[in-house]
Design a binder for this molecule. Structure first.
Ligand code: GLY
Length: 365
């Protein structure tokens, strides 16, 4: 990929404007290429602090003057990185009307967002998501966080970015695993949409999507963000039981990721797996129509997710313990998102015995 250099002209179009808590707005702008994106970034002037990770910093021939580069990976989402960002912002004289620009995947977006939310009680924030997962999920909706004491996203805030800048061509450089990591959330969004457009597009354009055709990538990003917009605008701070629907597949998925120490399954692959378990749970409780669930599971399978995977009996205790550490508990009960129909989610407490039955491999003897 061509190295980035910050310059000065415009070539971005508005994809959507999400209206969020406290009358804040997040504008999502999309560029056809990195040149237009870098031109837009050049227009911010000098009162900015950039946050990169060691991968995204490599996209620049020369890094902008005020910047922090964190080590790539989840282990950087901690207080030490937060302190580095805040300390550098102070040293660089960033004022309250200055801007933090997070340029990277979900870790950078969550961390830069959290830093912006606490720096002088809140400075401006722009996010430039560079992975599919960050484009369709982490960058929109204002969730910011760091991990604490081994628990993901334990300390954080709601602080929507005023601008989210997307350049589709960065998606072509992602590894297959990273690309599928984001596609898992796209498929999940398709099931959460009562509008058929995204689901149909995923079924009919699978080859184009998997070969990362530019127009198909732009379409899945746009349709997916519109689904997310629908939920977050109604319930920006996840307090009304509406935004929680976006957690479809996550309770099962997080437990799977944690049981295997975040190595075996990427987040999106675990969400794909968890969504299929949620569909099966819905079918067994008579909530989800069996033939629709079968079709949706088939769609996940067709994208190459190992959704037929089951944990061994020996992994159950660890899986169950991770389930009960989940943040999404209410009155000590674990709530799962199930689907009554496409686009109609419902929160249900599931019996541990049913969960065990759904996730464990059946004996073969
Ligand atoms: N990732 C789900 C949400 O933003 O609520």
């Amino acid at each position: 990929m061509q190295a980035l250099a910050v310059g000065y002209n415009k070539g971005m179009r508005t994809l959507l404007t999400a209206r969020l808590a406290n009358n804040t707005e997040s504008v999502v702008l999309i560029a056809d290429n990195l040149k237009d994106l870098s031109t837009h970034l050049g227009n911010y002037g000098r009162s900015v602090l950039w946050v990169f990770d060691t991968n995204t910093a490599k996209l620049f021939k020369q890094l902008p003057p005020a910047h922090v580069v964190i080590e790539s990976g989840e282990s950087s989402k901690n207080f030490a990185s937060l302190e580095r960002i805040v300390a550098t912002a102070l040293e660089e004289g960033l004022a309250r009307d200055g801007r933090i620009i997070g340029f990277g995947g979900g870790v950078v977006c969550d961390l830069a967002g959290f830093a912006a939310s606490v720096y002088m009680r809140g400075c401006k924030l722009t996010l430039v998501p560079t992975t599919l997962l960050a484009m369709v999920d982490a960058s929109l909706g204002g969730k910011t966080a760091i991990d604490y004491r081994g628990m993901k996203n334990m300390v954080g805030s709601f602080y929507p970015a005023s601008e989210i800048l997307i350049s589709i061509d960065v998606l072509r450089t992602l590894s297959e695993r990273e690309y599928l990591n984001g596609l898992g959330e796209v498929l999940k969004h398709a099931l959460l949409s009562s509008d058929e457009a995204l689901y149909r597009f995923l079924v009919t354009q699978k080859n184009e999507i998997l070969s990362r055709d530019a127009q198909s990538l732009a379409t899945i990003v746009e349709l997916s963000l519109r689904v997310k917009q629908h939920y977050i605008e109604q319930d920006p701070t996840e307090s009304l039981g509406i935004r929680q629907m976006l957690n479809l597949g996550h309770t099962f998925g997080h437990a799977l990721e944690s049981t295997f120490h975040f190595g075996l399954f990427s987040h999106g692959a675990a969400v794909a797996w968890g969504t299929c378990r949620a569909l099966e749970a819905g079918v067994s409780l008579g909530i989800t129509d069996r033939s629709w669930a079968d079709g949706a599971i088939k769609l996940f399978r067709s994208y190459g997710y190992d959704i037929d995977y089951r944990i061994g009996r020996g992994d159950w205790i660890s899986f169950r313990d991770h389930l009960f550490k989940d943040k999404k508990r209410v009155d000590g009960k674990l709530l799962f998102v199930l689907l009554e129909a496409q686009g109609t989610g419902v929160l249900k407490v599931l019996d541990t015995a049913l969960v065990q039955h759904l996730v464990i491999a059946k004996p073969t003897f």
